[in-house]
Ligand binder design. Structure first.
Ligand code: TYM
Length: 328
């Protein structure tokens, strides 16, 4: 059975990009594959400086993952820090990747540039090594992610190949699985930048927990393009194309055919907003039920951690044996 793994950071609330680019596919994939999904709290320490925040975000994210439809009876949903093999293998990965390779990561360049005057942790730089450990620990065949993670999966493949070359066949070679529609949801206020938790303003971000009125308002105010033609053209018409892609990802169909149904921006914006509101309604209702019982969420995560460790510990030991580290 195909093994699938993908993870999400508990930083800020889940937005439409996360959902359409990743989470929705995790939910579909759990029925066809052996699915592991991590809440990568250690990754979010790269930019966290306050106590208490990550833990609270972790529980809220767990509620959201179950609310969007991950079934704890089928998929293994776990917290990264509950499985110590992640940082353990992460160190070995750091020793298997070069400074030059890490320096070429666009996400590091973007994130460190945005944090210009702030503290830039070494962890932000070595982040892809820990991500490689997340993936390789589970003998992962497929990694369902949004387009922005492609480079991180590629470096994971390079690391796996180098390790296997040095120490003998140890890791399975993973491949990214990126959706046709929704792979790169853009900011509604700045459609040349991806929708991201680190955006300057909230007006261009649609959160899964936004009230219907807020969602409609954000779509109504979405930046469109200077002429008034509805056409799907990412390069020339990024604002309109983003709306068409969101509508396509939400209702089915393709952005190209949906474009032929509109002659004005107004109806496109309101239809897209309404389609998103309808999609979010059941998710929000389930989220509010689930978050009311934090004890049950913690129990589900503890079950997930046991299942994750059973797999991760075997792979980790295989890696240590391949290197020839002495067993304790
Ligand atoms: P994170 O937490 O930023 O995002 C989680 C998932 O959401 C996708 N995504 C998007 N997709 C489409 N449009 C967008 N605007 C958009 N924004 C985010 C991301 O591609 C991702 O799939 N490094 C990862 C977390 C990670 C990971 C892993 C992922 C750690 N270890 C192992 C896969 C496998 C990250 O920061 O994702």
């Amino acid at each position: 059975m195909t093994r699938v793994l993908s993870c999400i950071q508990p930083t800020g609330d889940v937005h439409l990009g996360n959902y359409l680019g990743a989470l929705r596919n995790w939910v579909i994939g759990q029925h066809e594959c052996d699915a592991f999904h991590g809440i990568v709290d250690l990754h979010s320490l790269t930019i966290t400086t306050e106590p208490g925040v990550v833990g609270d975000n972790t529980l809220r994210l767990a509620a959201m993952l179950f609310a969007v439809g991950l079934d704890p009876e089928i998929a293994t949903v776990f917290v990264q820090s509950h499985v110590p093999e992640h940082p353990q293998l992460g160190w070995i990965m750091e020793c298997t990747v070069s400074y030059g390779e890490l320096s070429r990561m666009t996400q590091f360049k973007d994130k460190s540039a945005k944090r210009e005057a702030e503290f830039i942790s070494a962890g932000l730089f070595t982040y892809p090594a820990l991500q490689a450990a997340d993936i390789l620990l589970y003998d992962t065949d497929e990694v369902p992610v949004g387009e922005d993670q492609r480079q991180h999966i590629e470096i994971t493949r390079d690391i796996a190949e180098r390790f296997n070359g040095r120490f003998g066949q140890t890791f399975v070679m993973p491949k990214p699985v990126i959706p046709r529609a929704g792979a790169r949801v853009m900011d509604l206020q700045d459609p040349t930048s991806k929708m991201s938790k680190s955006a300057n303003s909230e007006a261009g971000l649609v959160y899964l927990l936004d009230e219907p009125a807020a969602v409609l308002k954000k779509f109504k105010r979405a930046v469109t393009d200077s002429d008034s033609e509805v056409r799907y053209d990412r390069a020339e018409k990024p604002g309109v194309s983003n709306l068409l892609e969101i509508l396509a990802a939400t209702t089915g169909g393709t952005p190209e055919t949906l474009a032929t149904q509109y002659t004005q921006y107004g109806p496109l914006k309101s239809d897209t907003g309404e389609a998103v509101v309808e999609m979010l309604k059941p998710i929000q209702a389930r989220y509010h039920e689930l978050i009311a019982d934090r004890g049950e969420l913690a129990r589900l995560l503890s079950t997930g951690a046991h299942k994750a460790r059973a797999v991760a510990s075997v792979t980790y030991q295989r890696a240590c044996d391949a290197i020839g580290l002495i067993r304790s």
